[in-house]
Design a protein. Sequence first.
Length: 225
Amino acid sequence: MNERKTGLQRRGRPVATDSALRERLLDAATTLFAEQGIAATPMAQIATRVGVTSAMLHYYFKTRERLLDVVVEERLGRFIAVVSEGIDTGTDDPLAMVQGLVARIIRLVEELPWLPALWIKEIASDGGQLRERLIERLPDGMQKRFGECIAKGQRRGAVNPDLQPNLLFVSIIGLSLFPLAVAKIWKRYPALGQLSNEDVLCHATSLLTYGLAGQGAGAKAKKRV
């Protein structure tokens, strides 16, 4: 029977349309990268986690570098989209925008539990192998739109004028992802072990909202310092 007409593959080769297997391999790679870092994760280990050969992994992703590109595009891409959408939907109310961003990030972590650890290991840390790839794929003007929204709030007196928009953006990411990235550590302590994602959400939102208070609160804080 003609192989071209039937769409069959020769024995030993994966079926190119098996998107489910591709997703499993990508899930395994992302999880292992988050658990132990990219440098400590050989391609063979990813294949073993799924129960296939290394040749199968290379069939779908060709090279290690291409696999890293796909992790950013198809896994971290969801994070970028959530943050960008959160900025675009809250440009008239900086307080609501910041609170919404924190909530969106925490909710996304519930779907993607590997996100905080991967962010700390491979983006926030020096030498992280995904940092430049992520920066290259950030939507044009995303941070600029965020900064403009905060600046408008500062001019209206709704946002503390001493805040730096770029640092505020970093604070949102840090307050959302860092506590969850180190959850395995603080959950070992009885006093902290009962904290949940919802607790992190409430804490980060309250802390950021207090820091975003109007000029009166900002002046009082400066006086106390």
